[in-house]
Design a protein around this ligand. Structure first.
Ligand code: UDP
Length: 381
């Protein structure tokens, strides 16, 4: 149900069907249960920030409890369609009592909401978390060895030097053998979701990148076993595995599907961090995207990024300057841009430097917190 809401808000009816009365009843029952648990932990006059569409069903109970409710969403589409409007119509009544609606982009604001409560605050990334903190080249290599992304596995890695040291010991589940540390790699990190188009990335790599370069492709995402709330992800993963298995051996050997361990959040995050830092080129070939945190994360790490001109990605990358934007259905262009960056390292480095500067200016936590802090103050005052 919540997955359906998510894809509807992106303007896509994933299985072509509508949200039924019984699904809606189930949603309301689940939200009522969750709200009961939640009101025990908050007091009247607290400010609660509810994140994303799935949480709309909590607004009313929290409001009745005397809390100030801010609801925020970074999901949306550039041009609304009837599918998205149907989801808005369904969810809007739940939002009546929220005091503020925060959208990450003006284009995502739903029709029919009280405009005086609407605020635009783009998301941000935290430079000091395991996902984004600085790592030396040695630390990157060590983490990727422990995780068995690289050959020559080391047993464990302890990464200190910040408030929260991270211990790495679990292995990435890789289709195919570990990759040699010295080969250039193209990386996409995403949930196994059709809207992230991992199959398109694979096809683009096979047709337009592998024949022209010596690069490898790593598609990374959560371990299938860890995904309990999304029936689509195991399907997409299975399709990818089948597609990979059917490739001619010489190309198959350069494609990896990497399922990252999810048991420990810090460990998962630092493996993502190391993969992004090690990437020669990062791609995000989404068909739809809310903001696209993976893009900001890669840009922060001074990586050259080739990504689709959709949603919040367009707010982040100034094409040709701090990365490259492509049309999401143009596989050939996608391939040629990535291949060109694999060959022209000076240009790749230049794009990466500009990317880092852009994220530093626009998408780090302080800017976000100041805006959010002002909003919170305005409500409690
Ligand atoms: N992510 C992660 N581990 C994974 C796959 C993704 O930590 O195995 C993170 C990724 O680094 C990013 C977030 O999940 O921080 C995904 O956010 P994004 O806005 O890119 O896409 P969403 O999943 O919200 O559509």
């Amino acid at each position: 149900m919540t997955k359906k809401i998510h894809t509807f808000l992106h303007g896509v009816a994933s299985d072509g069907s509508e949200i039924s009365r019984s699904e809606r009843n189930e949603y309301e029952r689940t939200m009522a249960r969750n709200a009961t648990a939640l009101v025990d932990t908050v007091k009247g006059n607290d400010v609660v920030i509810l994140h994303d569409p799935q949480s709309t069903g909590l607004v009313s109970a929290l409001h009745a409890h005397g809390t100030h409710v801010i609801w925020r969403s970074h999901v949306g589409l550039d041009q609304p369609n009837d599918i998205a409007r149907a989801a808005w119509d369904m969810l809007r009544p739940y939002l009546d009592e929220a005091e503020a609606y925060v959208f990450s982009r003006r284009n995502y604001v739903w029709e029919g909401l009280d405009d005086s409560r609407v605020h635009i605050i783009p998301p941000s990334i935290d430079a000091f978390t395991a996902k984004n903190r600085d790592l030396t080249n040695d630390e990157v290599a060590h983490i990727l060895s422990v995780a068995r992304v690289f050959e020559d596995g080391k047993a464990t890695a302890d990464i200190d030097g910040s408030a929260r040291p991270v211990h790495v010991e679990r292995k990435v589940h890789m289709s195919g053998s570990p990759i040699p540390p010295e080969v250039p790699i193209v990386v996409q990190v995403s949930r196994w979701d059709r809207l992230k188009d991992p199959l398109g990335v694979l096809d683009g790599f096979v047709r337009h990148i592998a024949p022209k370069t010596d690069g490898y492709l790593v598609l990374a995402g959560p371990a299938a076993t860890s995904v309990r709330d999304d029936p689509e992800q195991p399907e997409v993963l299975a399709e990818l595995e089948t597609r990979r298995t059917g490739l001619p051996p010489a190309i198959r050997d350069r494609v990896r599907i990497a399922q990252l361990p999810m048991e420990d959040e810090g460990e998962n995050a630092i493996v993502v961090n190391a993969l992004q830092r090690h990437a020669t080129v990062v791609v995000q070939k989404s068909l739809a995207e809310g903001f696209g945190l993976t893009v900001a994360e890669a840009m922060w790490k001074a990586r050259p990024v080739v990504a689709s001109r959709v949603g919040g990605i367009e707010d982040q990358i100034e094409s040709g300057r701090s990365g490259i934007l492509i049309e999401p259905d143009d596989l050939e262009r996608f391939g040629s841009e990535v291949a060109a960056l694999l060959e022209d390292r000076a240009r790749a480095e230049h794009l990466g430097t500009e990317a880092k500067a852009r994220v530093t200016r626009e998408f780090l936590t302080p800017r976000h917190l100041i805006k959010q802090g002002r909003l919170v103050l305005s409500l409690i005052e």
